[in-house]
Design a binder for this molecule. Structure first.
Ligand SMILES: C[S@@+](CC[C@H](N)C(=O)[O-])C[C@H]1O[C@@H](n2cnc3c(N)ncnc32)[C@H](O)[C@@H]1O
Length: 201
């Protein structure tokens, strides 16, 4: 089965696999952005994060490979009375824009393998404006013992060293490792080994 089909099958189920509430880490960083700024929601899925950013008054581009997820994101945006730009793209093949966004949000895109990650991280850096903010949340390798969401392959999980190496040239970078209870639909449920990055280019 192709990667696209795998996501299509998941999102074809009724309801929102990751819920409709924005990610808690993203919400906790709201002091870093403001209405009128441009935001990119990378692999935004069913739109819970992109729609929430649009509700905060940002001009949001939501990109995902799955047409079914994007249709759900569109429905969620309509229900909440906001608009966001949407694009169906495989971001491993995407021509990342240059210095375009004040904010880039990368929440659980851990389908990407170790050989894909450097290109994706480089694309995110390129797409951020100087002074722009990058927010990443993902699972650490310790997540394998919890089994409460995310990939089963260790090369798809993040380490502090990996994020430090990719974004260490930013003006500011803060990386936090923590274990917390997640409640995000049926996709991410239970105690989880997490890592958050807050960076400023
Ligand atoms: C774990 S979900 C997270 C979705 C969203 N970020 C959230 O937190 O609710 C991963 C998302 O990555 C998308 N995806 C997988 N491969 C992709 C690719 N090559 N390009 C763009 N999106 C992709 C899937 O369709 C899915 O929506």
């Amino acid at each position: 089965m192709s990667e696209l089909q795998r996501w299509e099958d998941r999102f074809a189920e009724p309801g929102y696999w990751y819920g409709t509430e924005a990610n808690a880490f993203l919400k906790s960083q709201a002091h870093l952005f403001k209405p009128g700024q441009t935001a990119l929601a990378v692999a935004d899925g069913e739109g819970r994060n992109g729609v929430w950013l649009a509700e905060q008054g940002l001009d949001v581009l939501s990109v995902d490979i799955s047409p079914t997820a994007l249709a759900k994101a569109r429905a969620l945006a309509a229900e909440r009375g906001v608009t966001l730009r949407m694009q169906q793209s495989d971001i491993t093949q995407w021509e990342w824009p240059k210095a375009c966004f004040d904010l880039i949000v990368v929440i659980f895109i851990q389908w990407a393998s170790a050989d894909q990650l450097p290109g994706l991280f480089a694309g995110m850096k390129q797409a951020l404006k100087p002074g722009g903010v990058l927010l990443i949340q993902g699972y650490r390798a310790e997540q394998l013992k919890y089994g409460t969401g995310g990939p089963k392959r260790v090369d798809q999980l993040y380490t502090r060293a990996m994020l430090q190496q990719a974004f260490g040239d930013f003006a500011q970078i803060d990386i936090r490792e923590h274990d917390d209870l997640m409640r995000e639909g049926k996709g991410h449920t239970g105690m989880s080994a997490l890592i958050d990055l807050v960076g400023r280019k």
